[in-house]
Design a binder for this molecule. Structure first.
Ligand code: H79
Length: 449
């Protein structure tokens, strides 16, 4: 008799068609919020009255804080001002379509009520509320896709730290912890199953995969395990061991993962795989009292456009305070990005890179509307009166529009000289506040050999 058992799907061998269908919403989304929030937000970069150098969420490691000392910060974590709906509204107003929040960072502390650990928001802190439950619900209400960052490396769990083996020293990054596979099987995988079942994430964003005890085989196994639990899940490439340095792209296609993860940088050009550039607005992911080195909103808008032109996504970080507040400088910048996107968003969402050109000179970026003959050119030079563009050819008798300005713009085109756009003074005055102007052109890409 034939077996009644349904054949197992091998998620490591997905067809291009299935992959494209699964990635569609993510590719169209383009812009997401990264949230680094946890126990490190309590010391906020200060230990024993002194600033600990480096990124805030690494304070346990960089400040050499023993586990028992660090746990005291967790006991004090009481974000009374946390309001999930407020956070979701900030994302929405910023034009962000998805969020990735730290379910667990390297310090091992869980932001949700985990039955596999007491070291979590509900069991360990005076706050006793399940952050992921509240935020996932608020995001659903606002139509924001919900995802989670999860650290494979864990500085708190005894097995992840190889506590049974006195010879193993977790600070020596070349030593392999013999207990690590047990932590993976009996702690990390059950926690991830819990996260999928209770909070229904659309994305899992792994990190901390570089430690030598975590292997390529574990990565393949984990990927398959998670997709079986939720077939539509999107998982970053740090689930496996393929990434090359901070640039974050896989070195070889034997490695699994749905998208590459450049960290604090934007790819120099386009890529033929999916990718997402994650970046901070200042110099830290987790909140640091003393970090005031904020990027201007103009820079962040430029980055978003540059990333979109190169075919990627932009995941922009906020580090809320221990009270549960997203810092005012972050909110101000997000507001400006949202204002810009309200006018220019059609050039960002549901777009793709052109076949050949994504830029012209330093000041122009080209972006194509998916499945349509619509081309957008973002200009970062707001002084020019006459703009010359070589890589797009307007359709015969078509109008060229400037987003945010409601009249067609005068232009000429010839096969020899290309496109020449005349900017009326009135339009310049109208858009004076905007850091990037976007022209909308119906036509085709012009390939110049
Ligand atoms: O969560 C944030 C940071 O805490 C975490 N990733 C972002 C998203 C992170 N940033 N820096 N690090 C972790 C330090 C890791 C540094 C290295 Fe490596 C690991 C240097 C060598 C191994 C990864 C692989 C980066 C370069 C090569």
């Amino acid at each position: 008799m034939a077996s009644e058992e349904i054949a197992k799907v091998d998620y490591l061998k997905e067809s291009d068609k299935d992959f494209d269908a699964r990635m569609k919403w993510w590719r169209d989304a383009k812009f997401g919020m990264f949230i680094h929030w946890g126990v490190y937000s309590v010391p906020a970069g200060i230990y024993n009255g002194e600033e600990v150098k480096g990124i805030g969420e690494w304070i346990m490691e960089k400040g050499k804080i023993p586990v028992e000392e660090y746990e005291k910060f967790a006991k004090k974590f009481n974000p009374v001002d946390f309001d999930a709906r407020e956070w979701a509204k900030i994302m929405k107003q910023a034009g962000m379509k998805y969020v990735i929040i730290t379910s667990k960072h390297h310090d091992g502390f869980a932001l949700w009520d985990s039955k596999y650990s007491e070291y979590d928001m509900v069991d360990y802190t005076p706050f006793k509320r399940d952050i992921l439950k509240e935020l996932s619900a608020a995001c659903k209400e606002e139509g924001i896709s919900f995802g989670m960052y999860h650290s494979i490396m864990d500085w708190h769990h005894p097995q992840a730290q190889g506590k049974k083996y006195p010879k193993y020293n977790s600070l020596d990054s070349t030593l392999i912890n013999p207990e690590f596979p047990e932590y993976v099987e009996h702690y990390m995988k059950p926690q991830l199953k819990e996260l999928i079942e209770n909070y229904d994430p659309e994305v899992l964003w792994f990190d901390g995969e570089w430690i030598p005890a975590y292997t390529h085989e574990m990565g393949l196994d984990l990927y398959q395990y998670l997709r079986e639990l939720k077939p539509s899940l999107i998982i970053n490439n740090r689930v496996d061991k393929g990434r090359q340095g901070y640039q974050g792209m896989n070195s070889d296609d034997k490695y699994i993962g749905d998208f590459g993860t450049p960290e604090q940088e934007i790819l120099a050009g386009t890529a033929d795989v999916d990718w997402e550039s994650c970046m901070t607005m200042n110099d830290t992911w987790g909140f640091k009292t003393n970090d005031h080195n904020w990027k201007d909103a103009e820079v962040l808008i430029f980055n978003l456009v540059d990333v979109a032109a190169k075919g990627g996504n932009y995941l922009l970080n906020v580090g809320p305070t221990a009270e549960g507040i997203i810092p005012v400088p972050s909110v101000e910048r997000l507001q400006k990005m949202g204002d810009w996107l309200k006018i220019n968003g059609e050039a960002i969402y549901e777009t793709e890179k052109l076949d050949r050109n994504y830029k012209e000179g330093e000041n122009f970026r080209y972006i194509k509307k998916k499945e349509e003959s619509i081309y957008y050119v973002a200009s970062f030079d707001n002084t020019a009166e006459n703009i010359k563009l070589n890589y797009v050819k307007p359709a015969k008798d078509s109008e060229i529009m400037l987003l945010g300005y409601n009249k067609p713009i005068a232009y000429t085109f010839s096969d020899i000289d290309g496109l020449s756009i005349e900017l009326p003074k009135e339009a310049k005055i109208n858009l004076a506040e905007s850091s990037a102007w976007v022209f909308k052109i119906i036509g085709e890409e012009r390939i110049i050999e």
